[in-house]
Design a binder for this molecule. Structure first.
Ligand SMILES: [Zn+2]
Length: 399
């Protein structure tokens, strides 16, 4: 863990991410895995993915997911692994997100290897190099992941856990929206007149306020306007997260713009919310217009019955080990992750199987060290059961 954490692998540091992959490669090879590094096209400027496979034909076809990158760039002040004097708490970049997940996978597999439990196992491990800021387009940067998912019966994500007894069976999807309003650029003394109307700023405010009134009570749905511009001329610099606006208090605003996100539990919920937002925008104030554009960013990981069943099995393993019953964390508690891109291609998936701690994505990122053996044993015993159990294909029902 210390060695892994001390290799900087901020998403933009492609060389560092690759170095983490190079460090892991022999670990998997020693367990009999065939390991291949897949680069992304040069112009995507991110590291690729490490894929390790065991092509046996016993039991379920299992996909294990974790990531090599962290949110901490090469020039971040947060670079080193440190252990508290009582050895209970470790801090460092990625110590739970997601180098703790990598360590869990390696040691669970080592345990299985030790008892010859990997013979004939069918396991694919995909370690993505750009989880924290996915290289676009995602159908290219997630190609290895999606292909592996299509050939798997279950997918297990080793993102960190938030507590000892909660796992993830669903994650919300994410889109972004751009609202643009226009008005007539007349002298302010004419605002509210029938020939002039209300201007772009009042119109944009109306749309936002009605969105809040109609949609803020839907469980699991959130809509956040994160950036707002209004005046004679507005321009958002989306990449930089800033904007420029020019205007005067004596001239009615001709342009206004809001940029926000929307998070949703199901595609149906997203569609309904989008329809409502468009309907609101389509009834503008006098002398104004509003238009909405949506862009899809991250699919939903649906909290399906199959995922719940996998959780129940994981929980049974936890109890066998003298640990607590495991529960599903509400999907709105966790953002999207790599498992979100593939859950629809796999019959069942589960995430949050890494160790727990606190402060992910902050310079206080801390691992509860005692959680490592707990989650590693759980994973090893669960995998053991899945390797023994018949795969879907072996039922011969043509699914
Ligand atoms: Zn992560």
């Amino acid at each position: 863990m210390e060695q892994l954490v001390n290799i900087n692998s901020g998403t933009a540091n492609a060389g560092g991410v690759k170095k983490v992959g190079d460090w892991l490669k022999p670990q998997f090879e020693a367990l009999g895995f065939h390991v291949k590094w897949h680069d992304l096209p040069e112009n995507m400027r991110h590291a690729g993915s490490l894929v390790a496979t065991l092509g046996g034909n016993s039991g379920k076809r299992i996909l294990l997911i974790a990531h090599l990158d962290t949110v901490f760039s090469r020039d971040s002040a947060f670079q080193r692994f440190t252990l508290s004097t009582d050895k209970k708490r470790a801090t460092g970049p990625g110590v739970i997100d997601d180098k703790g997940g990598l360590v869990t996978i390696i040691f669970a597999l080592k345990a299985l290897h030790h008892v010859r439990g990997l013979q004939n196992a069918n396991i694919t491990v995909v370690l993505v190099g750009d989880e924290e800021l996915a290289a676009k387009p995602t159908d290219v940067s997630r190609k290895e992941l999606i292909e592996a998912a299509k050939n798997s019966d279950i997918a297990l994500g080793f993102e960190f856990a938030l507590s000892p007894n909660e796992l993830v069976i669903g994650r919300r999807g994410l889109s972004e929206w751009f609202l643009t309003s226009t008005g007539k650029a007349k002298h302010s003394s004419n605002i509210f007149q029938p020939t002039v109307g209300f201007g772009a700023v009042f119109e944009l405010s109306r749309v936002l306020n009605e969105i809040r009134r109609e949609l803020s009570q839907t469980p699991g749905l959130t809509i956040n306007p994160g950036l707002l511009l209004g005046g004679q001329h507005v321009r958002e610099e989306t990449e930089e997260g800033r904007g420029i606006t020019k205007g005067k208090k004596t001239i009615i605003a001709a342009q206004a713009l809001a940029h926000g996100d929307i998070r949703f539990l199901t595609d149906e919920q997203r569609e309904n919310a989008e329809q409502t937002m468009i309907r609101i925008a389509n009834h503008p104030l006098l002398g104004t217009t509003s238009t909405l554009a949506f862009r899809h960013l991250m699919p939903v990981m649906m909290a399906t019955e199959e995922n719940q069943r996998l959780l129940t099995e994981y929980s049974a393993v936890s109890k066998k080990l003298g640990e607590p019953t495991l529960q599903a964390i509400p999907p709105e508690m966790r953002g999207g992750a790599d498992i979100s891109y593939i859950s629809r291609y796999v019959p069942a998936s589960l995430d949050g199987l890494g160790p727990w701690g606190e402060g992910a994505h902050s310079e206080k990122e801390t691992l509860d060290v005692d959680s490592l053996p707990v989650v590693t044993k759980r994973a090893a015993l669960f995998l053991w059961q899945q390797i023994q159990s018949p795969s879907r294909g072996q039922f011969g029902d043509g699914e």
